[in-house]
Design a protein around this ligand. Sequence first.
Ligand SMILES: Nc1ncnc2c1ncn2[C@@H]1O[C@H](COP(=O)(O)OP(=O)(O)OP(=O)(O)O)[C@@H](O)[C@H]1O
Ligand SMILES: [Mg+2]
Length: 271
Amino acid sequence: MAEETSSQHGTAGGAVPFYAPTGNEVALFEHAHRNRLPLLLKGPTGCGKTRFVAHMAARLGRPLHTVSCHDDLTAADLTGRYLLKGGDTVWTDGPLTRSVREGAICYLDEVVEARKDVTVVLHPLTDDRRLLPLERTGELLEAPPAFMLVVSYNPGYQNILKSLKPSTRQRFVAIEFGFPSPEAETGIVVQESGLSADRVAPLVRLGNALRALKGQDLEEGVSTRLLVYCASLIRDGMPRDEAILASMIEPLTDDPEVKKALLRVAELTLG
Ligand SMILES: Nc1ncnc2c1ncn2[C@@H]1O[C@H](COP(=O)(O)OP(=O)(O)OP(=O)(O)O)[C@@H](O)[C@H]1O
Ligand SMILES: [Mg+2]
């Protein structure tokens, strides 16, 4: 039985989710969409990739189907399968097929986790043929101009075996996401949490100090997502230092020594 791998948000006519651009990514997405080019987003966890896609789908007025890839995800999970319905077998489109039929944006998150048979399905869709063959139904779908495939991954924590093959990655226009400047990140966290800028600014400063430790003690630096969590907890009345421990220290490490070092950085940064 197929698990539900698709979710839909940012539908045409709905509110456009808040997204603060950090570079030329909005224009690049629009160019890619107009020119029927697939797009690859890479960047660390919690830096705004998913929010960006939701924002762009709403801006362009296209439905969005999102799939979180994992190593059990099969090509049929994306394209569709025959399901038993009251004694009949009925073909049911998967999120990729639905996106092609609707001229929607299909977003495959953490695409490097997907199995090889999934990438095989993507190849004819991501070159100038823009075709999706459905072997089971005998259909050959041609993607309409509005259809767009967006994939993302975090280059940080995959091993080399799990990176995308050149024949796959060279089918995409790509954007690298980083963390926003302190001013921009403060604005984002204020907007997302409702905490005032003067109380958010020190958290952003701490975030950047913790990011500087990445690679030495930490696999990944503190994300914008965690800064939003921290500010939301404080906004809700939690004491600042408790909120910092719960949202900016504990999620980063399990190592008691590293934790001590992070707490020391917090003390030094915040005074
Ligand atoms: N540029 C931005 N504009 C608005 N909100 C942002 C931005 N960057 C980050 N955020 C905030 O950070 C949160 C996490 O972002 P998002 O879920 O898009 O990260 P992601 O890059 O998709 O992470 P992951 O790789 O873990 O899926 C968002 O819910 C939002 O609150
Ligand atoms: Mg995401």
